[in-house]
Design a protein around this ligand. Sequence first.
Ligand code: URA
Length: 192
Amino acid sequence: MDNLVNTNYTWNELTSACNKCTRCALCRDRTNVVIGRGNPSADVMFVGEGPGKQEDLQGEPFVGAAGQLLNSALTALRFSQDSYYITNIVKCRPENNREPVAEEIGACIEWLRIQTRLVQPKVVVCLGNVALKTLIDKDMSISKERGNWYVKKGILFTSTYHPAALLRRSELKQDFWQDLEAVKAKMETLYE
Ligand code: URA
């Protein structure tokens, strides 16, 4: 296992290192490492949990059913495609879409730290419990914390439901929409 990660990576170096990563067992079954997509210097960064089947096959985050739901909400709220960057807590697919375990998150989180340093977002939106617990506070839960805002190291953090949860429970859609509207409003205040 390569414990040494160069935190001064450029995007090209990060991509190449990520694609070769063997820091945890998820590397064994992956088709592609799913690094991220969108504007690499966006002001808002969305962070999901980990790639699903479609994402693993295509090498891009949020391209399956949950991604389509997220994309249509973002389009409806007039987030243009180049206004955000989107990535995940873990970059390789956990089998059968299970949640990544602590060891996998610990092995992968340095890639997200480097991405954050490169993107320099003003706002980070955690999609679901795994991102919330990893990036804001391990003792929080999305149903209680969604929509709340925190500042960490000069970056604004908030959270909302994971779009996959909305596919199972459509009653969550209203809160999800409200949270994304609040993100949009917050972004607008940053440009005033
Ligand atoms: N769920 C996630 O958390 N991330 C993806 O990229 C796709 C589904």
